[in-house]
Design a protein around this ligand. Structure first.
Ligand SMILES: Cc1cc2nc3c(=O)[nH]c(=O)nc-3n(C[C@H](O)[C@H](O)[C@H](O)COP(=O)(O)O)c2cc1C
Ligand SMILES: CC(C)CC(=O)C(=O)O
Length: 379
């Protein structure tokens, strides 16, 4: 697949360009949300509702975008979100994303459902600050233990447990197109295991509808409860983040159960439709967590100013999903690098324009919701 022209101004331009390159099945799988896609749309729309109040006469000749996560310095408060099956976008798939993220000093979260084996992805990203492994919890706990311990031995620095997917949301594009993983690709983390061989057949199966949804219903454990977290701690020394939290009470219960980080997410609008936009759920969750552990957020982050809004509203770090896949589609490793470079540059400039020479300067008073009064009314 020849790489295309990588001249673009911003992340919002990329989706229509990627659509021209990808197969209908792959584009449908990447782009779609569940059901009426109201949460999918609301994720981006919510960022656009808020306004920023700049502060003036601050020395911004130097702007420092770095932050620390799990004791490691990262280039800016951004992570690459876990996304399955990246070789649908480009033949280098997860390897390209891993190299690009490492080169930009940004951690990547690798999905359980990768099309490159997790240890290879980790090796490709060895120059980077760190990597996390996203875990889907299979009914077969022996397999889960094997997967997690293999990730730990391979050098991953944290486990991200996705807790919003007891079943896969109803993604109508996948149902309509009969989404299947093409025959030349494999869910590489699941091969070589007896249980996995059976799972794999489903993803390639000739059944009608979404092969992924069928695979999920068969093998992912919908009976998961909070006691899973202490069990996971008992089999790994890695810190555990919970991904998919939308309710302050769940965030609190997660921290009580032993979570080392909370990721506010509605899975990019792909699970429960009409779940709140992640940004709208964020302030309540940040308040419930009360700085006990880091709070991360994803869903609809497309601009440097979106990162500023999320941080000012209580997040420590954001994750970016689909724009990474569009960059990967357009230009493999270079495409992902360009996506990350672009948003980093936007963040740096917007911080300067906000009068924020470093991330600690971002505060709640700098973001106004439509229902807030403008700051001069508070004087
Ligand atoms: C194609 C695709 C695959 C995804 N695969 C996973 C996955 O394997 N595990 C997971 O926890 N989340 C997965 N997600 C959700 C993302 O991690 C993330 O929550 C979401 O995409 C963020 O929203 P954004 O795409 O608007 O930036 C996936 C999302 C997309 C678009
Ligand atoms: C293979 C899928 C289960 C990955 C996923 O989480 C998604 O498509 O949203």
């Amino acid at each position: 697949m020849p790489d295309s022209d990588l001249t673009f101004q911003n992340l919002e331009e990329l989706k229509p360009r990627a659509e021209k390159i990808l197969s209908r099945q792959a584009f449908g799988y990447y782009a779609s949300g569940s059901e009426s896609e109201s949460t999918l749309r609301d994720n981006e729309a919510s960022f656009k509702r808020y306004r920023l109040v700049p502060r003036l006469m601050v020395d911004v000749s130097k702007v420092d975008t770095t932050v620390t996560l799990l004791g490691r310095k990262i280039a800016c408060p951004v992570l690459v979100a876990p996304m399955a099956m990246q070789r649908l976008a480009h033949s280098d798939g997860e390897l390209a994303t891993s190299r690009a993220a490492a080169a930009e000093g940004i951690p990547m979260v690798q999905s359980t459902m990768g099309t490159v084996e997790l240890a290879e992805v980790r090796r490709a990203g060895k120059a980077g600050p760190m990597m996390m492994f996203q875990l889907y919890v299979f009914k077969e706990r022996g397999f889960v233990k094997q997967l997690v311990q293999h990730a730990e031995k391979s050098g991953y620095n944290a486990i991200v447990v996705t807790v919003d997917a007891p079943f896969l949301g109803k993604r109508e594009a996948d149902e309509r197109e009969g989404f299947k993983l093409p025959d030349h690709l494999r869910l590489e983390n699941l091969t070589g295991l007896a249980e996995a061989a059976r799972m794999e057949r489903k993803v390639h199966s000739k059944n009608k509808g979404s092969g992924i949804a069928l695979h999920f219903a068969d093998h992912i454990d919908p009976s998961l409860t909070w006691d899973f977290i202490p069990w996971l701690h008992s089999i790994t020394r890695l810190p555990i983040f919970l991904k998919g939290v939308l309710c302050p009470e769940d965030a609190h219960m997660g921290v009580e159960a032993g979570a080392d980080g909370i990721i506010v997410s509605n899975h990019g609008g792909r699970q429960l439709d009409y779940a709140p936009a992640s940004l709208d759920a964020l302030p309540g969750i940040a308040a419930a967590v009360g700085k006990r552990v880091p709070v991360l957020v994803d869903g609809g982050v497309r601009r440097g100013t979106d990162i500023i809004k999320a941080l000012a509203m209580g997040a420590d770090v954001v994750l970016i999903g689909r724009p990474i896949l569009w960059g990967l589609t357009l230009g493999g490793e270079s495409g992902v690098r360009k996506v990350l470079e672009t948003i980093k540059k936007e963040l740096r400039l917007s911080m300067a324009l906000m009068g924020c020479p470093s991330i600690e300067h971002l505060g709640r008073g700098m973001v106004i919701a439509p229902w807030d009064q403008y700051p001069n009314a508070r004087l």
